[in-house]
Design a binder for this molecule. Sequence first.
Ligand SMILES: Cc1cc2nc3c(=O)[nH]c(=O)nc-3n(C[C@H](O)[C@H](O)[C@H](O)COP(=O)(O)O)c2cc1C
Length: 203
Amino acid sequence: MSGADPYALFDAWFGLAQGSEPNDPNAMALATATSVGMPSVRMVLLKGHGPSESGAGGFTFFTNAHSRKGEEIRANCQAALLFHWKSLRRQIRIEGPLTEVTPQRADAYFHSRPFKSQVGSAASDQSRPMPDRQSYLDRVAALTAQYEAAGAVPRPAHWTGFTLAPQRIEFWMDRDNRLHDRRLFTLEGAADALKWTDTLLYP
Ligand SMILES: Cc1cc2nc3c(=O)[nH]c(=O)nc-3n(C[C@H](O)[C@H](O)[C@H](O)COP(=O)(O)O)c2cc1C
């Protein structure tokens, strides 16, 4: 891959966000859609990114694949991400298909999390109806008792990660009098000679 490098620009902006956002500078909105194009969006955390991410490059998050988003991703792999750093007055839009990370990668990330987070994730049927909060707390207590001595919970097979391989990345920056900057990178060319090209857009 050659040409302009949106990952370098992403890193520069992400670095600024890490220095300025008080909470979760890695939070991003993830938009997915059903097979008939009904959209939905929610926040997730960026847990890996770059030109070599998961081999071909991209942006990775982790979740429960039995969730609403997981069902939508299975039916339609196309997705979009949005970062908005309010104090920087900047946004980045990223679009492309999602692929699941390897089980080894999902295991490594799952077990890098604190024990109580592992328990909470394993006990949650994410996005499914819950009869009452106590049912969840009972599951948490049961898993804690079962795995406390081991200090780790086996990763549920449906708890995994996805990497979005971008085909478009757009950087937006606030400028005076609403004369904002927009710079769009698109991935173009044959599969064996992909190249980023960039262009400016009217705001
Ligand atoms: C700042 C923030 C970060 C979040 N990060 C994640 C995440 O990394 N993974 C995840 O599954 N849910 C995360 N959530 C919860 C999701 O927004 C959402 O409630 C959950 O994944 C269920 O979404 P779904 O029903 O569309 O599948 C986060 C929420 C917030 C507000």
